[in-house]
Design a protein around this ligand. Structure first.
Ligand code: C5P
Length: 351
């Protein structure tokens, strides 16, 4: 489903800038499930014809006369390029949140309205996503672990795995959109972390560092989603100089176990609502149920990494959620963002 948003445009800013932001919004509209409608003022309509606006947005322009009728259809938000006093009463009574692309928020606008002094398309899209999300995690702190860990052998070599961190970042993002304060503890990963005021990042490198960061912060959280692909083994000895190869000789690497962060947290009295992940290649259900019980999780999300589209670095995932009461919820193949939303819905029902 896509949600309509309306952009009220006038010629108070350079046209190039207006078209730039609008172009970015329209380019990403499918990704963010929005439809962009515009209501340009007379002057802008002289500079760009209605057909031009329609080519850009995919929708015919909304005239000022049609505004009241359009607002009755309850778009997600009205974006105001600058405040227009003559529309104040109409917007105030519409119930539709208004995003002012400027410094000041006039009084009396519907709940959810905000001023966005820095208004690039990304900031606007984040606000829209927030408006579209239920605020069921407001007042809660959610701790998320994400990405791989790296276990150093010597200053140049290390052991790691294929985790991209995308699933964990998607969970962190979705929780932040639903109003949570998010503590994201992540290993070395290439996935970008969005810059959000309610998302704090704690970058770490090794399983031990991730363990220590979780220990430091878990008491602040009501929910912990441990998504990281923590290395199970690390070299039992770190060699501070680069290990030299010796002609004709191999090398034996001794590995020891890393701390199991999830199991340790599950064993704590009063632990947060605990969600574990299990990436499996065989006997997915048996392994998932085992992990759920053994690590005292409140939910366990399992995926079969042999299935196409369900692997480590991709953008999609097919997850089955197991609960201790025997509930099994098999989600379809979804984008990692959509899967994250579904997982949070299941958490919200239980906290
Ligand atoms: O036993 P396995 O590693 O498959 O369990 C996966 C789950 O346990 C994931 O939620 C992962 O983040 C967590 N885990 C952990 N610490 C470890 C190993 C796994 O928190 N050392």
């Amino acid at each position: 489903m896509t949600t309509p948003v309306l952009f009220l445009l006038n010629h108070t800013r350079p046209l190039q800038k207006t078209l730039g932001v609008l172009g970015d919004l329209c380019r990403d509209r499918d990704l963010w499930s929005i439809q962009v409608w515009v209501c340009p003022d007379e002057e802008l309509l002289r500079l760009v014809t209605p057909a031009g606006w329609e080519a850009l947005t995919g929708h015919s322009v909304v005239s000022e006369r049609e505004l009241p009728k359009y607002l009755e259809q309850k778009p997600l938000a009205v974006l105001c390029q600058s405040w227009r006093k003559e529309l104040a009463s109409l917007l105030a009574h519409s119930g539709v949140p208004v995003l002012i692309l400027g410094d000041e928020l006039p009084p009396g606008l519907p709940p959810g309205s905000a001023a966005l002094p820095e208004f690039d398309a990304m900031e606007i899209l984040q606000r829209l996503e927030q408006l579209a999300s239920p605020q069921d995690f407001a007042g809660k702190t959610v701790l998320v672990t994400a990405g791989p860990t790296a276990e150093d052998i010597d200053p140049v070599r290390f052991i790691t795995n294929r985790s991209s961190g995308k699933m964990g970042v998607a969970i962190a993002w979705a929780a932040a959109m639903r109003g949570a304060r998010v503590l994201l503890i992540h290993g070395p990963m290439t996935t970008e972390v969005p810059d959000l005021p309610n998302l704090e990042r704690f970058p770490v490198r090794s399983a031990q560092q991730m363990h220590d960061a979780v220990r430091q912060h878990w008491q602040e959280a009501q929910v912990a989603v441990l998504c990281a692909a923590v290395a199970d083994f690390r070299p039992d000895y770190y060699v501070p100089q680069k290990i030299k190869k010796i002609e004709g000789e191999g090398m034996v690497l001794h590995l020891e176990r890393t701390p199991d962060i999830l199991a340790e947290l599950g064993a704590m009295p009063n632990h947060p609502f605990l969600v574990g992940f299990a990436a499996e290649t065989d006997d997915v259900e048996i392994n998932a149920l085992n992990k759920l019980r053994r690590k005292h999780c409140d939910l366990l999300c399992a995926n079969d990494i042999r299935k196409p589209g369900s692997g480590f670095a991709g953008d999609t995932n097919q997850i089955t959620i197991y609960a201790p009461d025997g509930t099994v919820l098999a989600l379809p193949m979804l984008s990692k963002q959509a899967a994250a939303y579904r997982i949070l819905e299941e958490i919200a029902k239980r906290i």
